[in-house]
Ligand binder design. Structure first.
Ligand SMILES: NC(=O)c1ccc[n+]([C@@H]2O[C@H](COP(=O)([O-])OP(=O)(O)OC[C@H]3O[C@@H](n4cnc5c(N)ncnc54)[C@H](O)[C@@H]3O)[C@@H](O)[C@H]2O)c1
Length: 215
């Protein structure tokens, strides 16, 4: 085999194995609120070859440390993302294409609208908002700024949910007159377990607790 052929073949094999994605096709992500759910999302995005995590933002230092450790464990060669405590600094950055928002519910609307205003696409955790008018503002912002916004509610798109709908609508269960649902889990407690001056301070307390409802 000639050297050139070898190089071409090897490069193709390597690209196929790693699904190498050109820098111009990669999505540079900022994570806002990498707590328990956020770190789950982080793991999922880190497995996507077309994603780079370039920024992490949390008001609670232990959440940042755990996220940084997860990234370093997965790929020790990877450059550590920049860390921030104020999500607005992530939105200011030109090297962030999209944000993943997994902060507490009361932040989803404001952070999504501001991300759209800053030209970022958004994946935001459910519930979309804590009030219907906030949700409408989020939809308006996505349309106005022509952003892609996805909410992490898979209860319409999940295959097993669609199957359940199909079974009910087909009439195979007869006339439904009573429904009982429940949800239980076995997760350990996460999130901010105790606010101390060491882990969360000053202006950051405002960022953790939020202000009034977003209008
Ligand atoms: N889709 C699902 O199945 C699913 C499952 C669990 C949780 N969730 C949602 O994910 C969100 C987070 O839940 P969790 O269980 O991970 O909570 P968590 O408390 O573990 O994580 C939230 C993180 O956000 C940080 N935070 C708070 N205010 C912030 C701000 N202003 N800027 C940046 N970071 C901030 C907190 O410090 C914390 O690290 C909630 O909205 C929850 O409803 C969705």
């Amino acid at each position: 085999m000639k050297r050139r052929d070898f190089l071409v073949t090897s490069a193709a094999a390597l690209a196929a194995a790693r699904r190498v994605v050109a820098a111009s096709d990669r999505v540079r992500l900022g994570f806002i609120g990498p707590g328990r759910q956020g770190r789950g999302l982080l793991g999922a995005f880190l497995r996507q070859p077309e994603c780079d995590v370039v920024a992490l933002c949390d008001v609670y230092r232990p959440s940042l440390d755990e996220a940084l450790a997860a990234i370093a464990k997965r790929d020790p060669e990877r450059r550590a993302p920049q860390i921030e405590s104020d999500f607005r600094r992530v939105l200011d950055r030109n090297d962030v294409d999209a944000v993943v928002i997994a902060s507490p519910d009361h932040w989803h609307a404001l952070q999504t609208v501001m991300a759209c205003q800053a030209g970022k696409d958004v994946y935001v955790e459910k519930p979309i908002s804590v009030a219907i008018d906030e949700g409408r503002k989020m939809v308006e912002a996505a349309r106005k700024y022509k952003r892609i916004v996805q909410v992490g509610t898979q209860q319409r798109s999940g295959v097993h949910f669609q199957k359940a709908v199909e079974v009910v609508q087909s009439g195979r269960l007869g006339k439904i007159t009573f429904v009982r649902t429940w949800n239980y889990g076995n997760a350990t407690l996460g999130g901010i377990v105790a606010i101390t001056r060491k882990s969360i301070t000053g202006v950051v307390i405002n960022l953790a607790l939020g202000s009034q409802r977003f209008k």
